[in-house]
Design a binder for this molecule. Structure first.
Ligand SMILES: NC(=O)c1ccc[n+]([C@@H]2O[C@H](COP(=O)([O-])OP(=O)(O)OC[C@H]3O[C@@H](n4cnc5c(N)ncnc54)[C@H](OP(=O)(O)O)[C@@H]3O)[C@@H](O)[C@H]2O)c1
Length: 229
């Protein structure tokens, strides 16, 4: 049986690049997103792709997704918690809904999805959980606000999970990218080659999950060659 991977929020951007990489490497790949059109576009280029419509900001929707993913893909070899939104803001000015939606989408989704899918991985004593954090997990910056709070939380989740899963044979890998050229940067009008390509994130994730099971790449910090934007 071919190995399997599920990636949340992966109809575009970094998640889609990860899906394409593992698909090319022969994995059974599942992804979710809210929008059906982008999911259909992804499936048009990867016919065996499993797609699920799911709003990851809803705890109920995430819990309902778990058995569907398990049924389609069995016990996962790789789970990538990637779903995330970025609403520029500051703690002082942003509204409650922006804060709560960001925390639900960027942090709570990973917590509930992982808890739902982990037991089958633990039973097999193998696999990798990859958590897409950010350089915003490390420092405050202008326009960070809720996003940066959610990414600090994501890194905390990832580190605690790594600690807990050491005896269970499951790798936990935190990925902390700087600026990556995706729709998250839709308003950016500077040179595109100033940002990292999403395919580079996919390459390093693939490598980190295919090393010998005696090794864990705990933290992957990636920045544009010219530094942060
Ligand atoms: N791009 C960067 O510079 C950068 C840097 C560091 C970290 N990151 C992190 O990398 C991850 C991916 O970012 P990206 O830039 O690739 O984003 P993106 O290009 O905007 O794509 C986001 C993907 O997530 C899906 N999504 C958004 N909200 C969702 C929800 N509530 N439920 C389910 N799916 C949802 C989107 O589809 P729908 O809208 O159809 O749901 C889309 O497929 C995020 O966690 C982000 O914080 C990005």
């Amino acid at each position: 049986m071919k190995p399997s991977i599920f990636i949340s929020g992966a109809s575009k951007g970094i998640g889609l690049a990860i899906a394409q990489k593992y698909y090319k490497e022969g994995y059974r790949v599942g992804i979710c997103a809210r929008g059906e059109e982008a999911l259909a576009q992804a499936k048009a280029t990867m016919p065996d792709l499993y797609t699920f419509v799911c709003d990851m900001s809803s705890k109920e929707a995430v819990k309902a997704l778990v058995p569907k993913v398990s049924e389609a893909l069995g016990s996962l070899h790789v789970l990538v918690n990637n779903a995330g939104i970025y609403l520029p803001g500051s703690i002082i000015d942003e509204d409650d809904e922006g804060y709560e939606n960001t925390m639900r989408t960027n942090m709570d989704s990973a917590y509930y999805l992982t808890k739902g899918l982990l037991p089958a991985m633990m039973a097999k004593k193998s696999g990798s959980v990859v958590n897409i954090a950010s350089i915003a997990s490390l420092d405050a910056y202008p326009g960070g606000g809720s996003y940066s709070i959610s990414k600090f939380a994501m890194l905390g989740f990832s580190k605690n999970l790594r600690f807990e899963l050491k005896p269970h044979g499951i790798r936990v890998i935190s990925v902390l990218p700087g600026a990556v050229l995706t729709d998250s940067w839709a308003g950016y009008d500077g040179p595109k080659d100033r940002l990292m390509p999403p395919e580079d994130i996919a390459e390093i994730v693939f490598t980190s999950t295919t090393l010998s099971n005696r090794t864990v790449v705990e933290d992957i910090l990636l920045r544009p060659q010219l530094g942060d934007l």
